[in-house]
Design a protein around this ligand. Structure first.
Ligand code: FAD
Length: 522
């Protein structure tokens, strides 16, 4: 294979093996920054174990494999020796550990040097591999994040509640983003209350910048379609960026076309509009193609140059230096037990319609449909449609987690697990969220236009066509009373529940809905 010939001619005496994973595609990666080209062999691996640990969306696989192949090429052009193992290579041992051992056996490797993986399972494997190989493994801090694992642990220590808001303020001070001396720009730290407007259809709605697949991407598409014929997700019309240059163009496009309205319509949902004014940059940040802090600086410049209002820019920056950093901190603080959390004792299996979209609930069907098409849905769709339904219906958190990890192009364990287990399902008992994000159809109707075309009636609770979210919402509160009623933020909900005079009928409807769910007929 051409790449191997290049490797042996470039590296004379190989000493340091630097594995780079699919979410580490950055030239500024700590393991690379601290390596010398002459004595380094970079190892990149497409392996079956990772492609199939959950039922990953085919678009996600195409994105990651293509971005990896492009990155390998970029490194080679910059003079690095790269061993690139393709999924279909005969010698491929199907796992990261297997490949590292195989390559270490082929070359005179005296040390493995790796930037800490974003996944607890892979991190454990890297920590164990040194002993197996009998050579040292140097695991380096991932400085693409603002907060190290140790710093987050220190921040968390002694706090009764780990609320994002306080963490976020520290990050604002640390970075100086949107600061006016010691004070937040505009006088407030957080403009979220201004970011809840419903949206209307707009013929000029911005669309994310797309890129024609090149020969490398086309090869990957062919491989993925051939190898994973039964997988969830469409790959036709693949237009994602697969290089940092193109991802940078997509970011520039967002800053000039959509950021301005990002805040106002951040929580809005519209049928047929998957993206609204969202950035669609998470896959690029998470894979390493874009630097999160640079994006925040770009957004801040847009504010200072009066191209975008404060509520939009603050909102965007908060999601990145606040939420994104915070969920990573929670993940590393709480894993591995975090993944087993099931505070509300939810035990129902994930309904089939999460994969097929075949349900008469228009909101769920729309969100699953666009997820299948784009490997994307925006935050409120994830939280308040598919997440909310799973919460209300009592779906087993670990099955819901596997679904989210599989279906989104931006899904990696460190960010998906806290968002699903903690934020969406309250399965961590309130480590992340101060109360469950449970909502009935009235929220969905207020924030979207999904209810208009729905088979179900968003205003009804007990009739044959009453929206399932309504009966499930009240049943959820009644069912979990013991665990939730003393939560100060839930008091109002329980007062409302106690005022209901049709609770028995509502709970009967919930039984009917849950039964219909298990038979695939809602
Ligand atoms: P925008 O709306 O444009 O936001 C800008 C950026 O802020 C995002 O790109 C992202 O990097 C960051 N961000 C926003 N909210 C969050 C958050 N809650 N946690 C972390 N970062 C955030 N995000 C992922 O990156 N990967 C996941 O696997 C993932 N799984 C999720 C699962 C559930 C159940 C929920 C409720 C949320 C999940 N999120 C995840 C968070 C969020 O939904 C996505 O980051 C966002 O929808 C990505 O789209 P965007 O790039 O258009 O984001």
């Amino acid at each position: 294979m051409r790449i191997r010939a290049t490797v042996s001619s470039v590296v004379q005496s190989m000493t340091v093996l630097v594995p780079i994973f699919a979410d580490q595609l950055s030239r500024r990666l700590s393991s690379l920054m601290n390596a010398k080209k002459e004595v380094t062999l970079v190892l990149m691996m497409e392996v079956e174990d990772e492609a199939s640990n959950v039922w990953h969306h085919r678009r996600k696989l195409v994105f990651l494999f293509s971005a990896m192949r492009h990155f390998a090429q970029e490194l080679r052009e910059a003079g690095w020796a790269v061993e690139y193992v393709r999924l279909n290579d005969k010698a491929n041992t199907v796992s990261f550990s297997g490949e590292i051992k195989r390559l270490a056996g082929m070359h005179d490797v005296e040390r493995v040097q790796v930037t800490e993986p974003g996944d607890w399972r892979v991190d454990q494997a890297m920590r164990g591999i040194g002993e197996e190989l009998g050579i040292p493994v140097r695991i380096m801090t991932d400085d693409r994040f603002l907060t190290t694992k140790a710093e987050f642990r220190e921040w968390a220590q002694g706090r009764k509640q780990l609320r994002m808001e306080y963490f976020y303020r520290e990050k604002r001070r640390q970075t100086g983003l949107l600061m006016d001396g010691d004070n937040p720009q505009g006088g407030e730290w957080n403009y979220d209350s201004e970011n809840r407007k419903p949206a209307k259809g707009d013929l000029f709605m911005p669309q994310p910048l797309g890129f024609e697949p090149d020969a490398v991407t086309s090869d990957v598409i062919e491989m993925v379609l051939e190898r994973f014929p039964d997988r969830f997700g469409e790959v036709s019309d693949f237009r994602m960026a697969v290089t940092s240059t193109d991802a940078g163009k997509a970011a520039g496009h967002f800053m000039s076309c959509a950021l301005e309205s990002f805040g106002d319509y951040q929580d809005a949902m519209l049928e047929g509009e998957a993206f609204l004014y969202h950035s669609i940059l998470a896959p690029y940040m998470n894979a390493g193609l874009l630097d999160p802090l640079e994006l925040c600086r770009m957004a801040e410049t847009a504010y200072r140059e009066k191209r975008a209002p404060l509520n939009a820019v603050e909102g965007f920056i908060r999601q990145i230096i606040g939420w994104r950093e915070y969920v990573r901190g929670i993940y590393w603080l709480k894993m591995p037990d975090y993944l087993d959390g099931n505070f509300l004792d939810a035990r129902r299996p994930l309904p089939e319609f999460y994969w097929t979209g075949a349900t008469r609930m228009n909101c769920v069907s729309q969100v699953v449909g666009q997820t299948r098409k784009h490997a994307y849905s925006h935050h409120i769709q994830r939280l308040m449609i598919t997440g909310n339904f799973a919460l209300l219906a009592g779906i087993r958190p670990q099955e819901v987690h596997e679904w989210y990890l599989a279906v989104y192009a931006d899904a990696f364990d460190w960010v998906e697990v806290p968002n699903t287990i903690g934020m969406a399902l309250f399965a961590d008992g309130g480590v992340m969220a101060s109360k469950p994000y449970a909502a009935s159809a009235s929220y969905i109707n207020r924030m979207s236009d999904f209810c208009g075309a729905c088979h179900y009636d968003h205003g009804a609770r007990t009739s044959d066509t009453a929206c399932p979210f309504n009966a499930l919402y009240w049943d959820f509160l009644a069912r979990n009373r013991e665990k939730l009623e003393n939560n100060p933020r839930m008091k109002m909900m329980y007062r409302n529940l106690d005022r209901m005079d049709d609770l028995d009928a509502i709970r009967s409807r919930a039984v009917y809905v849950l039964d219909g769910m298990s038979r695939g007929v809602i």
